[in-house]
Design a protein around this ligand. Sequence first.
Ligand code: SF4
Length: 161
Amino acid sequence: MLSLWRKIRRTGRVAEPPPPLPEGDRPEGAAVLGGSVQIRHVDAGSCNGCEIEIASAFGPVHDGERYGARLVASPRHADALLVTGVVTRNMAEPLRRTFDAVPAPKLVVAVGDCARNCGVFAGAYGVAGAVRDVVPVDVEIAGCPPRPEAIVEGLRKLTGR
Ligand code: SF4
């Protein structure tokens, strides 16, 4: 136990220094959330590459929570949805229902090229469309997969911190 404490003390803080506040307008409706945004993640048909980067965005190095963004387990506790992947036919209705379960005002972030424009899966037989074809989207984060820095930047547009 003592050796663990020594190791923690020796390692210190590993979080990257915070980059400057992202440029550009905050999405409409974000200001009312007061800088604290609870987020429900929805995998609408991702390959899991985006999920790995989201995990990194909330890990100790990028520490997305320090900007006021927090992942929650239920859409009923959420202010925003973080949607990854192309929307498959099987996930279109669950995504719609999850969106409906989020109390207003609510925001949607489309993470990754699949979520933005179907990416590499465009035209595939099981694809219903991009996220904006199913629910309204407020922020899009480009990349396949997006870097954790880009995900944190997108989340900071919601929190304004
Ligand atoms: S954008 Fe790339 S990493 Fe993300 S779900 Fe699509 S294929 Fe996977």
